[in-house]
Design a protein. Structure first.
Length: 735
C-alpha cells in the first residue's frame, strides 16, 4: 500500500542535507516577516541554536532545526533542555523547535512542562500532525513544502527551457534512452536552481542571459555561472562544499549534452565535495555503466547503499538497487540481479512510486526470460506495461512491447513478435529515442532471420549497428556484430562470420557480459563445425554450455546441447549425440520454444538416419517440418526437405527424393545460403548418378564443389571431388 502524501513530504525532507533543511526554515521565517535573520548553523551552530532572528512585534527568536531519522526520537527533550539552559545575550523571547518527526504525547507533555518554567515562549513545529502541538502545524508544513517545490509558474518556465534545450540537442541527447529520464531531471534541477537565484542579494550576474541562452540550446553562459560558484564555494568553509558539489552536478548535467567523459569528470568532483549526497553517485554510476565500466558503476551505486537506507533515503536507494540489478544481469549473476530488483521493487511499492515499479517488473521479466520461465516473464512485462499505459509513459510502453516481442519470438510466434516490435519501433521513432530504435531494429532482424529472409535481416541489424556506433553503445554494438556474424555464417561467408563473432566476443569480454560471451562462443563453434574443425567447435560449444549453466540460462543451455549433439553425430558417436539432443529437446519443450523444438526434432532425425531407422527419422523430420511451416521458418523447412529427400533416396524412391531436394534448393537459393545450395546440388548429383545421368551428375557436383571452395569447407570439397572421381571422362560432358 502506498504511503500518504504527508509521508512522502516527510521522507523528502528527511533526505535533505542539514544545510538545505535549515535554509528552508530560514525561508519560512522570512516569509513570516522575520528580519535580521542570522544562520548560525552554517558556522557550526551555538550549542544547538541554528537561527537567530527578529520576528513580528520585534521579539527576538531562537530557532533550532532538527532533521530526525526516526519517528519518535528520544533525544528531542534533552536537546530542548540544552537550548533552554543556554545563556544568550540578548536573551530570546521565543524559542522554536522545527523538527522533521512526530513527537510522542509523552514528549509533548514533558516539553509543555518545560515551557512553563522557561524564560521565554516555547513553540514546537513538526512537518505533519499526529498530536496537538503548541504551535501551528499545517501552516509550517505548507510553507516548507512551498519553499521546497517551485511555483507553477517557475515549473512551467523550467520545463520550457529544458524542452527547448533538449530539442536543440536531439542528435547528442534525445537518442540516449537509458539516460534520458535521469538526465532530464538533472537538467531541470540545474535550470531550476539557476532561475531560483534571481533576486537574491548575492545572485551571480548574467542569470537572465544564461537562461535565455539555454532556451536557445547554448550552455556556455550557464556553465560559466556554475563554474564560478564551484570554484568560489570549493575554497570556503566546509558547509559551503555542498553548494560547490551542487554546482558540479549541474555542470555534469550540462556537459552530458556534448561529452559523457566531461560529465563524468564533473560528477567525480561533485562526490568528492559532497560524498553524502546520493544523486551524484547515482548519476556517476549511470555514466560509467553507459561507457561499459561496470566495476566503476557498481562502486558508485554501492556508495549510495553505504550512505543511506530504505528508511532515510528510500528513493535514491531504490534507484541504486535497480541499477545494481542491471549490472549483475549483464555479468550473468541472475540470482544477485533478481535480489537487487526485488529490493528496489519493495521500496517502490511501499511508497507507491509507479514509475519505479514498472522498471523493476520489466527487469524481473528479463531475468525470467533468460532463465526460460516465459510465462512468468510475460506476467512481469504485462504488469510493467499496464503501469506504463496508466502513466501514459510512451517510452516505457515501447520497452515492454519490445520485451513481449522477444518472448513471442522464443515461443516461435513470429507474427505476434513482429507486431510487438513494430509497435515499439513506431513509438521510438515518434520520441526520437535512438537507443530504443536500435533495439527494435535488432529484434526485427532476428525475426527476419528466423523466417529466412537474410537480406531484410541484414538491413535491420546494420541499421541497429549504425545507431549503436553513433551513440557509443558497446553492448548494442556487440549484439549486432554477433547477429551479422550469424547471417554471414548462414550465407556461407565463414571468414566474415568469424570476424564479426570475434569482435562481438571482444566487446562482451570487455564489458564482463557473460551472457554475451556465451553467445559468441556458441556462434564460433558453429563456424568451426562448418569448416570441419570439430575439436575447436566442441571446445567453443563446451565453453558456451558452462557459462549458460552458471547463469541458469535454459535457452542457451538447450542450444549448446543441440550443437554438441550435431558434432557427436558428425563424429559418428550416435549415443552421445542422442543424449545431447535429448537434453536440448527437453529444455526447449519446457520453455515452449517451437523454434528450438523444431531444430531438435530435425537433428534427432539425422541420428535415426545414421542408424538406418528410416521410419523414425521420417517421423522426426515431418514433426520438425510441420512446426517450421507453422511459424514460417524457411531455414527449418529447407533443412527438413533436404533430409526427407535423403530418406526417400535411401528407400529408392528417386522421384520423391528429387522433389524434396528441389524444394530444398529453391529455398536455399532464396535465402542465399551457399552451404545449403551446395548440399542440395550434391544430393541431386547422387540421384542423377543412380539414374545413370552422369553429365547431369557432374554438373551438379561441380556446382557443389565450387560453392564449398568459396565457403572454405575443405572436408566437403574433398567429399565432392571423390564423387567426381567416380565419373569416367566421357561421362563428364553434356551434349
Amino acid at each position: 500500500m502506498a504511503e500518504s502524501n504527508d509521508d512522502w513530504i516527510r521522507f523528502q525532507l528527511q533526505s535533505l542535507k542539514w544545510i538545505r533543511f535549515e535554509e528552508l526554515c530560514i525561508a519560512l521565517l522570512r516569509a513570516r516577516g522575520h528580519k535580521e535573520v542570522r544562520h548560525l548553523g552554517a558556522s557550526g551552530g551555538e550549542g544547538g541554536v541554528d537561527i537567530l532572528s527578529v520576528g513580528p512585534g520585534s521579539r527576538r527568536w531562537v530557532t533550532q532545526c532538527k532533521r530526525c531519522r526516526s519517528l519518535y526520537p528520544s533525544d528531542i527533550l534533552p536537546e530542548v533542555k540544552k537550548v533552554i539552559s543556554k545563556p544568550l545575550e540578548p536573551p530570546p523571547e521565543v524559542y522554536r523547535l522545527v523538527a522533521t518527526c512526530n513527537v510522542s504525547r509523552a514528549v509533548d507533555e514533558a516539553l509543555q512542562e518545560e515551557a512553563k518554567n522557561a524564560p521565554f515562549l516555547l513553540e514546537i513545529a513538526t512537518t505533519w500532525e499526529v498530536t496537538k502541538l503548541v504551535a501551528f502545524l499545517r501552516d509550517d508544513y505548507q510553507e516548507i513544502r512551498e519553499s521546497f517545490i517551485p511555483s507553477r509558474g517557475e515549473r512551467d518556465e523550467v520545463a520550457r527551457i529544458v524542452d527547448r534545450l533538449v530539442e536543440s540537442r536531439t542528435e547528442e541527447f534525445r537518442g540516449r534512452e537509458a539516460d534520458y529520464r535521469s538526465q532530464i531531471k538533472a537538467l531541470s534541477q540545474a535550470v531550476q536552481d539557476l532561475a531560483a537565484q534571481r533576486g537574491q542579494p548575492d545572485a551571480p550576474k548574467g542569470i537572465e542571459f544564461a537562461l535565455a541562452q539555454l532556451a536557445d540550446g547554448e550552455t556556455a553562459a550557464a556553465e560559466t555561472i556554475f563554474s564560478e560558484i564551484l570554484e568560489r564555494k570549493s575554497s570556503e568553509a566546509a558547509a559551503a562544499k555542498e553548494e560547490a558539489a551542487k554546482a558540479a552536478r549541474h555542470l555534469g548535467a550540462l556537459a552530458f549534452l556534448a561529452s559523457t567523459e566531461k560529465a563524468i569528470d564533473y560528477y567525480r568532483r561533485a562526490v568528492e565535495l559532497d560524498p553524502e549526497e546520493p544523486s551524484g553517485w547515482n548519476e556517476l554510476g549511470r555514466l560509467f555503466h553507459r561507457t561499459g565500466d561496470l566495476a566503476e558503476a557498481e562502486a558508485a551505486f554501492r556508495e549510495v547503499l553505504a550512505r543511506g537506507n530504505s528508511l532515510t533515503r528510500p528513493l535514491p536507494v531504490a534507484v541504486a538497487y535497480g541499477n545494481l540489478g542491471v549490472i549483475y544481469k549483464t555479468r550473468g549473476d541472475l540470482e544477485v540481479a533478481e535480489a537487487m530488483h526485488r529490493k528496489a521493487l519493495a521500496i517502490e511499492e511501499k511508497f507507491g512510486r509507479k514509475e519505479g515499479m514498472a522498471a523493476d517488473y520489466g527487469n524481473l521479466g528479463l531475468i525470467c526470460r533468460i532463465r526460460g520461465d516465459l510465462d512468468e516473464a510475460e506476467a512481469m512485462h504485462r504488469k510493467a506495461l499496464a503501469i506504463e499505459e496508466k502513466l501514459h509513459r510512451k517510452e516505457g510502453m515501447a520497452n515492454q512491447y519490445g520485451n513481449l516481442g522477444l518472448i513471442y519470438q522464443t515461443r516461435g510466434d513470429l507474427e505476434q513478435a513482429e507486431a510487438m516490435h513494430r509497435k515499439a519501433l513506431v513509438i521510438e521513432k515518434k520520441l526520437s529515442r535512438k537507443e530504443g530504435m536500435a533495439n527494435q531494429y535488432g529484434n526485427l532482424g532476428l525475426v527476419y532471420k528466423t523466417r529466412g529472409d537474410l537480406d531484410k535481416a541484414e538491413v535491420m541489424h546494420r541499421k541497429a549497428l549504425a545507431i549503436d556506433e553513433e551513440l557509443g553503445r558497446k553492448e548494442g554494438m556487440a549484439n549486432q556484430y554477433g547477429n551479422l556474424g550469424v547471417i554471414y555464417l548462414t550465407r556461407g561467408d565463414l571468414d566474415q562470420a568469424e570476424l564479426m563473432q570475434a569482435e562481438s566476443l571482444r566487446i562482451h569480454e570487455q564489458l564482463g557480459s557473460k551472457e554475451g560471451e556465451a553467445a559468441s562462443y556458441d556462434n564460433l563453434g558453429l563456424i568451426y563445425k562448418t569448416r570441419g574443425d570439430l575439436d575447436k567447435a566442441k571446445a567453443m560449444h563446451g565453453k558456451s554450455l558452462r557459462i549458460h549453466k552458471q547463469l541458469g540460462r535454459k535457452e542457451g543451455m538447450a542450444a549448446a546441447y543441440c550443437h554438441l549433439g550435431l558434432i557427436y553425430e558428425t563424429q559418428r558417436d550416435m549415443d552421445k549425440a542422442e543424449t545431447m539432443l535429448g537434453k536440448g529437446l527437453a529444455i526447449y519443450k519446457e520453455l515452449g520454444s517451437r523454434q528450438g523444438i523444431a531444430a531438435a526434432y530435425c537433428n534427432l532425425g539425422l541420428i535415426y538416419q545414421s542408424r538406418e531407422d528410416l521410419e523414425q527419422a521420417e517421423a522426426m523430420h515431418l514433426k520438425s517440418l510441420a512446426i517450421s511451416e507453422q511459424f514460417g521458418s524457411k531455414l527449418g523447412m529447407a533443412a527438413n526437405y533436404g533430409n526427407l529427400g535423403l530418406i526417400h533416396q535411401t528407400r529408392g524412391d528417386l522421384a520423391e527424393a528429387e522433389a524434396m531436394h528441389c524444394k530444398c534448393l529453391v529455398i536455399e537459393k532464396e535465402l542465399g545460403r551457399k552451404e545449403g545450395v551446395a548440399k542440395a546440388y550434391g544430393n541431386l548429383g547422387l540421384i542423377h548418378e543412380k539414374r545413370g545421368e552422369m553429365p547431369q551428375a557432374r554438373e551438379c557436383w561441380e556446382r557443389s564443389r565450387e560453392l564449398f571452395v568459396d565457403i572454405g569447407m575443405t572436408y566437403m570439397v574433398a567429399r565432392v571431388e571423390g564423387q567426381l572421381a567416380r565419373l569416367k571422362p566421357e561421362e563428364g560432358s553434356v551434349e
